[in-house]
Ligand binder design. Structure first.
Ligand SMILES: O=P(O)(O)OC[C@H]1O[C@H](OP(=O)(O)OP(=O)(O)O)[C@H](O)[C@@H]1O
Ligand SMILES: Nc1ncnc2[nH]cnc12
Length: 149
């Protein structure tokens, strides 16, 4: 059992970036290697006994947790990025955020059919980013070829 209270490393900033938003600032946690490591360990503990082939995460803050977790779980890391950043063919999904809207993209071959995928992010607010990532992964599964007999 850890002695580290991870919540103590998350700073609340009222009215950022807009009035009415309580921003959960994770930079104090990232600045402390013990707290950061503990956060990754706790995420990994949730995955114990599960077969995970790939982690999908959205830039930018999702990457911070997804990359070390992928190494720890010995699985692949599939980036979801803002438009125009991925060089190969992409699927795109438009979604609403707590303070705006955005589009995210994934490479069409980022996730292979049949893979067990873990979605990772630093935080859920409306859940819009997570939902967008789920939609992108669903679209990555090419339809099954028609069956003939
Ligand atoms: O549940 P939601 O309402 O979707 O909000 C959570 C998302 O918002 C933040 O990302 P943001 O788009 O601000 O980008 P950033 O990671 O580049 O800061 C955060 O890192 C999550 O991905
Ligand atoms: N309240 C919040 N704090 C930090 N990041 C966010 N992304 C979306 N909503 C957020």
């Amino acid at each position: 059992m850890s002695e580290i209270d991870l919540k103590a490393y998350i700073r609340d900033i009222p009215d950022f970036p807009k009035p009415g938003i309580l921003f959960r600032d994770i930079t104090p946690l990232l600045a402390n290697p013990h707290a950061f490591n503990e956060a990754i360990d706790q995420m990994a503990a949730h995955c114990e006994g599960k077969k995970i082939d790939a982690i999908v995460a959205a830039e930018a803050r999702g990457f911070i947790f997804a990359a070390p977790l992928a190494l720890k779980l010995n699985c692949g890391f599939v980036p979801v990025r803002k438009p125009g950043k991925l060089p190969f063919d992409t699927h795109a999904f438009h979604y609403e955020l707590e303070y705006g809207s955005d589009t995210l993209e994934i490479h069409i071959d980022g996730v292979q059919p049949g893979q067990n995928v873990l979605m990772v992010d630093d935080l859920l607010a409306t859940g819009g980013t997570m939902k967008a990532c789920c939609n992108l992964v669903k679209r990555s599964e090419p339809p099954l070829p028609a069956a003939v007999s």
